[in-house]
Design a protein around this ligand. Structure first.
Ligand code: NAD
Length: 423
């Protein structure tokens, strides 16, 4: 008999985790072995090495990736990450998660992702622009409005998307706004895109709270990560009456059991680049923050945060994965056994890609919608998708992640099978 083994969460390879999550759903679905073989691989993996002239005249060679996991349901879609720890395996996992995410919310895209190994905190705006423009040129082999449409992810933002759009357009000889989403409004971006990931997550939290009978008024919320997904999640949760008691970034976290003044946190972060150091509140580490007493925990930073080592100590009743891949399969089992509802990443943070899809549609039609229309359509998608997954989870007596995967994998398998194997 195998002995129980505690796996160190930091050692888990995201691609291994993605495959394990897929296999759990594939087993439940009794997926045909041929289809399993197709879906366990990424269709295209591009690795690029490119030089960038830094300000001191030194030329540095950077490595970047663009991966398309499966494009049976439509063009590839997925963000671009700038981080020192980007690896091909991480990008592959993120691309596969995008395939499932688009399928679970019924958006006509396949899954893709990109990344560059770099430390944006050590780079000037000029260097970031040069890096982005050259990386765009290198991955132009794969991207395009009908082929593969990037978006922001960790350490990239609307400005990065503007540089990508401009570079791609310069090569094409005409403006191509639909090549990226998450752009600034002035060049074809969409109303509501900046908050979309968080807004979508909040819609799923509202549905989850209804499902478990939790009153959100005054409910205590802890948010890990204070970037695009985290900052807006905190803000929107507080707008609906919940109490945000802790937030964090790479510098660590701040905690006030009475509730943080988010205006002060945001101003402090803007001034100093960090949340720790804010006067009048308690400091906590990122590890301590995850185990704080609260009703809702929103991981909104990076992968591999909740593993077998800390899942037993999580006190939240709902874990809402605004981040991609924060929870390991071992932790999933522990949380499920303890009755914690995990809203899985491919469902919880799908609001970002949903409004990206709206942006792409608006760009292609040159017809722009009002923010109220966007938020209403986003809500419709998120509420329906959450309840489709919840119904499937109840029917099959599985956790929410397995149910979301079952729904997504069956849709992608169906599209792949219907198209047939070429030639
Ligand atoms: P971001 O760069 O805007 O913010 C990331 C935040 O996480 C920063 O505050 C950073 O300091 C913090 N952080 C990084 N490492 C950390 C650590 N080890 N501990 C604590 N905090 C840490 O990135 P983002 O776009 O908000 O993305 C965050 C997560 O959300 C990622 O997993 C991303 O894939 C996911 N996501 C983002 C979007 C989107 O639209 N931006 C959509 C879907 C999913």
């Amino acid at each position: 008999m195998a002995t129980a083994q505690v796996i160190d969460h930091t050692q888990r390879d995201p691609w291994e985790v993605a495959l394990e999550q897929f296999d759990i759903a594939a087993d439940k679905l009794h997926l045909d072995p041929n289809m399993r073989g197709i879906l366990r691989e990424c269709q295209r993996e591009l690795i690029v090495h490119f030089p960038v002239r830094m300000q001191d005249g030194v030329v540095r060679v950077f490595t970047g990736y663009r991966v398309q996991h499966n494009v049976s349901r439509g063009p590839g879609k997925g963000g671009i990450r700038y981080h020192p720890s980007v690896t091909l395996h991480e990008v592959k996992a993120l691309a596969m998660w995008m395939t499932w995410k688009c399928a679970v919310v019924g958006i006509p895209y396949g899954g893709a992702k990109g990344g560059v190994i770099c430390d944006p905190k050590q780079m000037t705006q000029q260097q970031l622009e040069t890096l982005t423009r050259r990386y765009t040129t290198e991955i132009s082999l794969l991207i395009g409005p009908d082929r593969d449409i990037p978006a922001p992810d960790v350490n990239t933002n609307a400005q990065t998307m503007a540089w990508i759009m401009d570079t791609f357009s310069m090569h094409a000889g005409h403006t191509v706004p639909a090549v990226v989403t998450g752009k600034p409004l002035s060049i074809g971006g969409s109303e509501g895109r900046s908050e979309a990931t968080a807004r979508g997550a909040v819609y799923t939290i509202i549905e989850a709270a209804k499902a478990i009978g939790l009153d959100l008024d005054g409910a205590r919320v802890v948010v890990q990560g204070y970037g695009n997904a985290g900052l807006f999640s905190a803000k929107l949760m507080s707008e609906i009456g919940a109490k945000v008691i802790a937030v964090s970034d790479t510098s660590g976290g701040v905690h006030d059991p009475k509730g943080l003044d988010l205006t002060k946190v945001e101003a402090f972060k803007r001034e100093t680049g960090r949340v720790q150091g804010l006067p009048g509140v308690e400091r906590v580490s990122n590890a301590e923050l995850l185990e704080l007493d609260c009703e809702i925990l929103i991981p909104a930073a990076i992968e591999n945060q909740i593993g077998a080592h800390n899942a037993p100590a999580i006190k939240a009743r709902i874990v809402a994965e605004a981040a991609n891949g924060p929870t390991s399969p071992e932790a999933d089992r522990i949380l499920h056994d303890r009755g914690v509802m995990v809203i899985p990443d491919i469902l919880c943070n799908a609001g970002g890609v949903t409004v990206s899809y709206f942006e792409w549609v608006q760009d292609l039609q040159n017809l722009f919608w009002r923010e109220a229309t966007i938020n209403a359509r986003l809500k419709e998608v998120m509420v329906k998708s959450f309840n489709d997954v919840l119904d499937l989870a109840k029917k099959n007596k599985v956790d929410m992640r397995t149910a979301a995967y079952m729904l997504a994998v069956s849709r992608v398998a169906d599209a792949t099978l219907t198209r047939g194997i070429y030639p």
